[in-house]
Every structure is written in C-alpha cells, then in structure tokens.
Design a protein around this ligand. Structure first.
Ligand code: C6P
Length: 413
C-alpha cells in the first residue's frame, strides 16, 4: 500500500514498526481506525515484554537475588518514566493500575467511600465515560452523596456557565473527561480544576483519550488525579496509571489489602507501605508496567507535538470528507477543534450495520454507545459509528472509509 506523506510524521517508517498493520483479509488490507478503543503496539514495546520474560522474570520487592533486583529496578523506574510522560517527577505520585477504569475505582473507593456523605456532591459531565459516570454514581448511592452533570451545548462543548453554577461549596469532587471518546471535545480541564479548587473540591481528570494524543502536564492542569491506560497509547493491555497529588494520596486509605502494600503486620493491625506501593497490593503487572514505560518513550521519541499535529490533520480531513454528505450526522465540535476521532451516523443505516459493511473493505471502526449511554440519550440516538486515528494512519485509509460508507448508502437505498 502506498503511504501518503503526512506534514508532521514519516508515516511509512512508523508503519514498519507495527507488524499488525500488514494484515490482509482475503487480499484486502486492514485499515485500523479503532484507536480510541485500543491502539496498536510497536515492535520495541513487544520486545520489552519478551526481554523481561527471557531475561529477568522474577517477582518484585520480594527477593534479594539478582533477578528480582533487576525486575524491581525496572518496574520501579517504569513509574518514573510514565510519571514524567504526564508531567510529574515524583514516583510517589504514580500508581500503576489495571487501566483507567481501575484508577477511577481506586479513588472512588479509597477516597469517596470514606469521605462522601449526604449533602456532598460529585460534579460530572454529560459526556463522561461509564468508567467515571457509573463509578461515581454507585459510590454516591452508597454514601448518600449526589451526582450532578454539566450539560453539553448543541455543538458538543461543555456549558461552562452551567459548570460554574453546578460547582458549589457542597461539591467534593469534580470528575471530568479530558477528551470525550464520543464527541472528541477537548475540555477546559485547567479551568474546571480551578473552579473545583475555589470551592474546596478535588479535581479528577480522565485522560484515557488525551494522554495518547496530546502532551499532558498534570502540574500545569493542577488536577488532583489524572488517569490513563497504556493500551490506548501503544502499550500493552492490563496496565494503566493513576497520577495522584502526593498529599492527597498520603491521606487516602488503601484500596486493596495484601502483600507489598504493608509495612508492619501483627494479628491485631497493620501499617502501610510508602507511596506508591501502598496502592499496589499483590504481585503487580511487572512486564506490562515495564512495557508501558517503553511505550511512553516510544511516543516521546516519535515526538508528541508531531503526533498531535498529525492526528489533528487526519481528524480534520476525516471530518471534512464525512461532512460532504447531507445524510451523515457528525457529533461534537468542528473538525479543527477536537481530539482524534469522529463519531457519526448515516441516515437510515444502523451504526452496527455500517461498521459491518466497512469491515468488508478491511476498515476497522467501532459502533455502539462507546460506553457513553447517557450521552447518546442526550444526542437522541442509540448508537453511533466512530472512526479514530493515530500516528500510523493515513488519508488514504480515510478515503477507503468514506468510499465504504458510500457503499453502505447504496446498499440501504
Ligand atoms: N474507551 C472506547 O472505545 P479502560 O477500558 O479502563 O482502559 O478505559 C476506560 C475509558 C475511560 N475513559 C475514556 C474517556 C475512555 O475512552 C475509556 C475507554 C474505549 O472509547 C473503550 S469503551
């Protein structure tokens, strides 16, 4: 397949690093446009996993033998690399979790269950992923707290006037998605954090869709928590991270109990290990943690600014191409002001049918509610199709998508 030039990246060279992109289905090449669900993995990240298992596989923090020490150092240093990727140089502030969802649950259980009560409010947005929405909703039910939702405007931005009204002195937590995985909206998280702090509330930023595509600096945002998943940023599944401000993490109770998270245990009581290990009970995902750091280094080596520019170019191109058709509804802000995805519906064709038809042309997109059911209720649709882009995608792949959508139109005409 000929690879068109990108203004920002050498896409042909990048694609060589991702063997899966050479897949064909009965001679039809794969066009992978489902990156918001899971991104593909470059060779060097897979090799980091292989190197660990072939070279120094051992449990961490438990052995004084050489192999365990090597594994421990690599696993601990992985926290530093992942932390620096989002702007903290304090290992204490980087807790490895299974994914963004677990990071959210960690804070909801360890902080929310202990601190929230009747009269307290958690402010979310209408565009939250279920990872945040369901978690806070259920913790609120158990504690007697109330969840409130910042509405979206017709264009798919947050209604910031409403946000300023909803966040009050009763608010204890503002939990907001940085980049919506359905609308592509990039939310003003720094402003929302400031509003939260003005009212004495904590701010949690869901960075699952921002960390892979945009340079992130948690110190600049000023948030108390930031969560992200390795598998959406060229890393493996089974690992993600919670950034937490050290003072806040210090005050929080552990989420899981067991080995590695303790300092002293008697039959009567226990004390906790130092940060971040206090929140990493049991044998962690060692290989995945090390490979997560490798993925961060890979993205830094390619250049986060260049990746952001490339993703923006592709997104705008896809938005413009899909906008050519009157029978396509696109959700969210304009093409030049959004994260690396476009969700849409083709009139008269269910999103699942559309995804199935474009799949025949090798195009992988997602269809459904994208774990944002309440947002789809607000949009007045049950489902949408979503194309999402990353550093190895090309305009040509978007052209194939648009042609495949045209085939669907004709099939259902
Ligand atoms: N969104 C998507 O296709 P996990 O599954 O824990 O790694 O990430 C959860 C999550 C949290 N917040 C946002 C904004 C997300 O987009 C996701 C994952 C995938 O859109 C799977 S539903």
């Amino acid at each position: 397949m000929g690879v068109q030039e990108s203004d920002a990246l050498d896409v042909a060279a990048i694609r060589d690093e991702f063997p899966v992109l050479d897949r064909e289905f009965d001679g039809t090449p794969l066009r992978y446009l489902d990156n918001a669900a899971t991104a593909q993995t470059p060779k060097r990240v897979v090799e980091a996993i292989v190197d660990y298992y072939y070279g120094y596989n051992a449990n961490v923090h438990r052995g004084i033998h050489e192999l365990s020490q090597e594994a421990s150092i690599a696993y601990e240093e992985a926290h530093d690399t992942v932390g620096e990727f989002v702007g903290t140089d304090r290992r204490e502030e980087v807790v490895f979790t299974k994914n963004t969802t677990e990071a959210m649950n960690l804070v909801a259980y360890a902080w929310g269950l202990n601190e929230l009560g009747p009269g307290d409010e958690v402010v979310l947005t209408e565009m939250e992923h279920h990872a945040s929405l369901v978690t806070w909703q259920q913790i609120a039910k158990r504690t007697g707290a109330t969840c409130k939702y910042v509405p979206i405007t017709d264009e798919g931005y947050l209604d910031m006037e409403a946000a300023r009204d909803l966040i009050t002195d009763d608010t204890e937590m503002v939990s907001v998605v940085h980049v919506s995985n359905t609308l592509g909206t990039v939310n003003p998280v720094r402003e929302l954090t400031d509003i939260a702090h003005d009212h004495g509330a904590y701010a949690f930023v869901d960075g699952a869709q921002s960390a892979p595509h945009h340079p992130v600096d948690v110190t600049d945002i000023g948030c108390d928590f930031f969560a992200f998943s390795a598998h959406k940023m060229c890393g493996p599944t089974g690992i993600g991270a919670l950034y937490g401000r050290e003072e806040v993490l210090e005050e929080m109770e552990p989420y899981l109990y067991g080995g590695d998270m303790i300092r002293k245990v008697t039959f009567e009581d226990s004390t906790w290990n130092e940060l971040p290990w206090k929140f990493e009970a049991g044998t962690p995902s060692i290989a995945q943690g090390i490979a997560f750091a490798e993925a961060c280094e890979y993205l830094e080596d390619v250049g986060q600014d260049a990746i952001e520019r490339h993703d923006r170019e592709l997104t705008e191109y896809a938005y413009d191409r899909l906008s050519e058709f009157d029978d396509i509804d696109i959700y969210g802000p304009p093409g030049d002001d959004r994260g690396a995805l476009v969700s849409f519906n083709l009139e008269g064709v269910h999103a699942h049918d559309l995804a199935s038809i474009v799949n025949d042309d090798g195009v992988a997109i997602r269809a459904g509610d994208h774990c944002t059911q309440p947002l789809h209720d607000v949009l007045g649709v049950g489902a949408s199709a979503r194309a999402s882009f990353y550093l190895y995608n090309t305009r040509e792949e978007i052209d194939v998508l648009v042609e495949a959508v045209d085939e669907a139109r004709q099939l259902f005409a």
